[in-house]
Design a protein. Structure first.
Length: 494
């Protein structure tokens, strides 16, 4: 009997990743990504960032073809499809499903003043109680920019979509979206349980540009005859799961219940926690979206904390401070050679743009307490990693103020979480156990598809093969770490 698979597609801004998961074993059967060099981002003006949606589709097809060849799988062997995607993007199509302009993606900042004006005009109380966020630089505000600056194009818009909605449209010929997706675009009214009419009215945008809503898990659409001909998939294969990359990363770690935390530590750092009731940070220092398992009767919100200046600081210290040619592992060993707190040296890691957790201040990175007689490269390396861990803890403290009880932080076995020093510091100052797993977003999307198609009974069955690689419990005596954290916080500009 031929093996049966689940397909996961992860539509990133640097590449599109595809994975096949063996349904019976739950194990990854094949994975790849395209393009092999980083995908281009168009910046027609400073602060702009656009990509052609057709590029995502082309790379998705290339990646799919590759993994089907790796496994000798046919379209009939793939039983369901899940999609993860870069969040907050804007795709505009006409009635014939033609893309009207390049997508305005997540890192484009042109809509900032539109969101700020809406927040002021509508009032912080209204926005936060209904949207759980400021309209900010999110999808709805990007659409408002298009309306004002490209009126002829705007007049031809039939529907607006997020990047994952676009890929689902190319696979099925149908246009739809999810509550989770609308919430990440700041287009969902949590108080009313419907699209945010009041925000669209303020922007002067008709709400009929919003696509029909389908469940995050469930048969959203099916592969069309045209897509089957283009991809080798079987016509009628269900598309049964879709979510933004951070909610999907949480799913891939089986983070679904209140108090559970998923974290990543790449160039930037992300902490994503699940909240069991509708709440928000009154200072809007974190973003709150509908999590993948949020329903009208069972509140599950994803509280997203993004810190721009984290892993990029670690990479910077490797390039400019560490001994020439040293590996990250050796750099970690050198950092461990000095005591907790780096003998009074503190590094503030915020050198990669404005930080939302600091109420959009941009204090830059800085080093405090240098003593020329005692501090060495090792001290700087340790203080950098501690400063990154402290920035995570600072954001987690905001989540705790929102009522979240945090006992476990789950992460992929990658990037900053490969450093024992970083893990030990983060565990000590948060009081949480750090758990590391071997998984990624495309695998999570594939397993999400299995849940949505009814192939798996629930997430526990889907992720029963999730492998715990390592864990880090708080040390018995955390006093030195907590003292270093308190010293670090003195240098935060507020």
């Amino acid at each position: 009997m031929a093996k049966q698979y689940l397909l996961g597609l992860d539509i990133g801004s640097s590449s599109v990743k595809a994975s096949l998961v063996d349904i019976e074993s739950g194990q990854l059967a094949a994975t790849t990504f395209y393009p092999k060099t980083e995908a281009p981002i168009k910046a027609l003006k400073a602060g702009w960032a656009e990509q052609a949606p057709d590029m995502w589709w082309t790379n998705a097809k290339l990646a799919l073809s590759d993994i089907m060849q790796q496994t000798s799988a046919t379209g009939a062997d793939i039983k369901a499809i899940g999609i993860s995607y870069q969040m907050h993007g804007l795709v505009c199509v006409d009635k014939n499903q033609n893309v009207l302009r390049d997508a305005i993606i997540w890192c484009d900042s042109r809509a900032v003043p539109y969101g700020e004006n809406a927040f002021t005009a509508l009032g912080a109380g209204t926005c936060l109680s209904h949207l759980l966020n400021s309209p900010g630089n999110f999808t709805a505000s990007k659409l408002a920019w298009v309306k004002e600056n490209e009126p002829a194009l705007f007049a031809n818009i039939y529907k607006v979509m997020l990047p994952g909605d676009y890929i689902a449209m190319k696979l099925s010929g149908e246009i739809n979206t999810t509550v989770s997706g609308l919430s990440e675009g700041i287009m969902w009214d949590f108080s009313e349980g419907k699209p945010a009419d009041f925000l669209f009215d303020y922007y002067g945008i008709p709400t009929d540009v919003i696509a029909p809503i389908v469940p995050t898990f469930g048969i959203q659409s099916k592969v069309s005859a045209q897509a089957a001909a283009e991809t080798g998939l079987l016509e009628g294969t269900p598309i049964s799961y879709r979510a933004g990359d951070q909610p999907n990363n949480a799913l891939s770690l089986n983070v679904l219940q209140p108090g559970e935390i998923a974290a990543t530590g790449g160039t930037s750092g992300v902490v994503y926690g699940v909240l069991g009731d509708i709440n928000y940070d009154p200072k809007s220092r974190v973003n709150t979206f509908a999590h993948v398992n949020h329903t009208a009767t069972d509140t599950r919100l994803g509280v997203l904390l993004c810190i721009n200046g984290t892993g990029i600081l670690n990479a910077w210290t490797k390039r400019t401070v560490a001994p020439e040619g040293i590996s990250y592992a050796d750099m970690n060993t050198l950092a461990e050679s000095v005591p907790v707190g780096a003998d009074g040296l503190s590094i503030i890691p915020f050198g990669n743009g404005a930080e939302r957790i600091l109420e959009n201040q941009n204090p830059g990175a800085s080093i405090h307490g240098i003593n020329f007689n005692i501090h060495t490269k090792a001290h700087i390396l340790r203080a950098a990693q501690e400063g990154i861990a402290f920035s995570f803890a600072y954001g987690i403290d905001i989540m705790k103020q929102m009522g979240m009880t945090i006992t476990t932080i789950k992460a992929g076995h990658a990037n900053l979480f490969l450093s024992p020093l970083f893990r030990r510091t983060l565990a000590a100052v948060t009081g949480a156990t750090i758990e590391l797993y071997d998984t990624d977003g495309s695998v999570g999307a594939a397993k999400g598809a299995g849940i949505g198609a009814g192939i798996y009974r629930d997430s526990n069955e889907a992720f029963s093969t999730l492998k715990l690689i390592d864990s880090e419990k708080p040390v018995t005596d955390t006093s030195a770490y907590l003292q270093a954290y308190e010293n670090w916080k003195k240098f935060i500009v507020q």
